[in-house]
Ligand binder design. Structure first.
Ligand code: PMV
Length: 327
């Protein structure tokens, strides 16, 4: 084995799942039971710098300047990079999240995509985007999609080689905005990994979920390639609720919803009744992302501001894929 002493950085943006990934066929390799589709967002991103240093005795990880003690997921990415680059050097990782606290977005997708891009480049590997997507996937499934911009599909595959994301082609629906509403949250108690494991093992609806996702993917692609915003919104909203139905039907049952989650859902239904077209989607937490088109943003913000402070509302649009910076 050789040692490398190299540095690289990468910037990756977060993404919101429209067709959700919820369940691992292979936990070690993060192979999902189903495909998923997401939209990469412009506003929220992670910038990560990786330095491989033969003097280090262990990997070191700093997030927003604070040293972290749990490096389990990061190690899955770094160990694969070391294996590919044939090195045994440890790495120093300095990661900054540009995800405003008001947004209520999880940063794991952008974080592990940025880590994959920076660590591969720092180790001198020249990986193409599918390979970077596979590498990011080892840290967090949703990160496989943050390698690419705009609309992205994660092809589930059934092994490490064929489970990666790719950009969706022939998309004609381009006017999309996301209004994120942060709901006052208790500390999250069930991680997405634990939650999806419980759902896959105990929800009597899990087998049907897999069929439904396959249909939802076909229909969402149709909406995206025919510029049909209504269909796009209806399918995304339904798919999100179908995922959350898996949590409610698990044993023991659980939910990520909080009272504020339902309040935002009600607001969206109210807005629609007023003829303002918008739909909601929710990930493994209480915050709600409203899917709409640019012209509706002021009206939606207005309506929400009656119940939610403006500091809890942020707006995003489609964003770019990963950017790798060699030093
Ligand atoms: O990538 P993870 O392990 O954080 O899981 C993501 C799960 C959801 O956000 C709920 C769905 C998705 O496809 O991103």
């Amino acid at each position: 084995t050789t040692s490398v002493d190299n540095t690289a950085s990468a910037i990756a943006h977060t993404n919101i799942a429209l067709i959700k990934y919820w369940g691992k066929a292979n936990e070690k390799l993060t192979i999902p039971y189903t495909g998923s589709i997401s939209l990469t967002l412009d506003k929220f991103y992670t910038k990560t710098k990786v330095t491989f240093d033969s003097q280090l005795h262990a990997d070191k990880l700093f997030v927003n300047g604070t040293e972290q003690t749990n490096l389990k997921k990061a190690a899955r990415v770094l160990n694969r990079v070391r294996q590919l680059a044939d090195t045994n050097s440890f790495a120093k990782i300095e990661s900054e999240n540009f995800v405003p606290t008001s947004a209520g977005f999880a940063s794991s997708a952008s974080a592990f995509a940025a880590l994959a891009g920076a660590s591969a480049a720092a180790a001198g590997l020249e990986l193409d985007k599918p390979a970077l997507s596979r590498l990011a996937r080892l840290g967090s499934g949703s990160a496989s999609r943050s390698i690419f911009g705009d609309f992205v599909e994660w092809l589930p595959g059934d092994n490490d080689e064929n489970s990666f994301a790719q950009p969706l082609e022939n998309v004609t629906l381009t006017d999309i905005a996301v209004v994120a509403v942060k709901v006052n949250a208790h500390q999250k108690t069930i991680s997405s990994s634990e939650g999806m494991k419980s759902s896959a093992q105990t929800s009597p609806y899990y087998a049907e979920w897999q069929n439904v996702v396959n249909r939802d993917i076909v229909n969402l692609k149709h909406a995206l390639t025919t510029n049909n915003f209504s269909l796009f919104g209806q399918i995304s909203e339904a798919n999100a609720m179908r995922m959350h139905a898996l949590t409610l039907s698990s044993l023991p049952p659980f939910t990520y919803f909080e009272p504020g989650t339902l309040e935002v859902i009600n607001e969206v239904q109210d807005l629609r009744a007023q003829g303002i077209e918008c739909y909601y989607t929710i990930d493994a937490g209480p915050n709600v992302k409203i899917l709409t088109q640019t012209a509706n943003i002021p009206l939606i913000k207005d309506q929400l501001s009656k119940q939610f402070s403006p500091t809890k509302i942020s707006v995003a649009h489609p964003g770019p894929g990963i950017e790798v910076i060699k030093h």
